[in-house]
Ligand binder design. Structure first.
Ligand code: TYM
Length: 333
């Protein structure tokens, strides 16, 4: 089946191994299957749901495109653009927001986590964030949305919004109800410091994550300091429930080497951690260091990055403006 793929990444700096293994690596594989049509978006409107510095935001938008390209996305094969350049996203988000119910949004766990204890002080944008995300997806008739596990609930909401819109405006199948594409393994990469917390750009400790811009020495150092325990490497029969950090490192190794975790466990069973960590560092350096170097190179030529976004935005606008006009017609405008 031909798939229409849409996904987005926020330009908030510090793109990390979780973003890569949970999402971007998958974007590249989907792009390289000729049957798929792929649209990948730097979701800059989403990033301002928390306060941003204008100059840093601009730099981070370019860094996100550079990361896409350095990881293997190709603007001749995929549409790569930034959300704020295509006004249909904001327009559709308003209309879909009027279809969405407060109760649905109130259940979103990511809002609860991000808003923290003082919900009154969170921006309205942060609350309606999943509606904008739904607009992103539905404007392109996306059939499949590759994301990490943390976005699953937002995609379920997107499906509800699409179905309610189609029902309310008596337009069966008009908004396509998308399927999430969440990898069975490795869809949730955890912090290197705490195996119960997901690897995240907002963690104050840089040693909790491998950034895609980290150089060789830093990667080696971070893996050396990553939390483990005193038992040897587990085998197939060992229960890892109480050893989440160990399970996470095994997951990272397996994902980077494109093999099942069982194979990694068999490979390292009974070995001590320093042996495994050395192998993991070697693999990370082999896979991540070339990406980091390419990102640095690409960032030297800002105008080329801006051109990729401008051309991608034109192509995206062709789809999105038609769809939003049809949405407006159905609504009665
Ligand atoms: P964002 O920018 O937080 O993350 C980008 C992608 O990386 C995945 N990810 C992870 N995967 C595994 N382990 C982790 N520790 C980890 N951390 C992040 C995320 O699941 C995501 O796939 N709301 C989205 C952006 C968005 C979007 C969209 C996605 C906006 N519109 C439309 C899909 C379709 C977000 O904040 O992702």
């Amino acid at each position: 089946m031909n798939k229409k793929i849409f996904s987005g990444v926020q330009p908030t700096g510090n793109l990390h191994l979780g973003n890569y293994l949970g999402a971007i690596k998958n974007f590249v594989e989907l792009q390289n299957d000729k049957k798929n049509e792929c649209v990948y978006c730097v979701v800059d409107l989403h990033s301002i749901t928390v306060k941003q510095d204008a100059k840093i935001l601009k730099k981070n938008i370019r860094e996100t495109v550079a990361t896409f390209i350095a990881s293997g996305l190709n603007p001749d094969k995929s549409i790569i653009f930034n959300q704020s350049a295509v006004s249909a996203h904001a327009e559709a988000a308003w209309i879909l927001g009027c279809v969405s119910r407060m109760g649905w949004l109130s259940r979103m766990t990511q809002f609860k986590e991000k808003a923290g204890k003082d919900k009154e002080k969170a921006s309205v944008g942060l609350y309606v964030y999943p509606v904008l995300m739904s607009a992103d997806i539905l404007l392109y008739d996306a059939t499949h949305v590759p994301v990490g596990e943390d976005q699953k609930q937002h995609l379920e909401l997107c499906r509800d919004i699409a179905q309610k819109f189609n029902h309310d405006f008596n337009a069966p199948d008009f908004l396509k109800v998308p399927e999430p594409l969440i990898q069975k393994q490795f869809s949730r990469i955890m912090s290197l410091k705490d195996g119960f917390k997901k690897m995240s750009k907002s963690d104050p400790s840089d040693f909790s994550r491998i950034n895609l811009t980290d150089d060789k020495d830093l990667i080696i150092n971070k893996i050396k300091k990553a939390k483990t325990d005193t038992s040897p490497m587990p085998g197939l029969k060992d229960n890892l429930e109480k050893r989440p950090e160990v399970e996470n490192l095994i997951g990272i190794y397996s994902s980077l080497s494109n093999q099942k975790t069982d194979k990694t466990k068999i490979e390292f069973e009974g070995k001590n951690f320093s042996f495994f960590k050395n192998k993991l560092s070697e693999l990370l350096v082999e896979k991540i260091d070339p990406i980091a170097k390419k990102i640095k190179d690409l960032l030297k030529d800002e105008s080329s990055l801006d051109k990729i976004l401008a051309e991608g935005s034109n192509k995206a606008d062709n789809f999105a403006s038609k769809k939003v006009n049809e949405i407006k017609k159905l609504v009665g405008f």
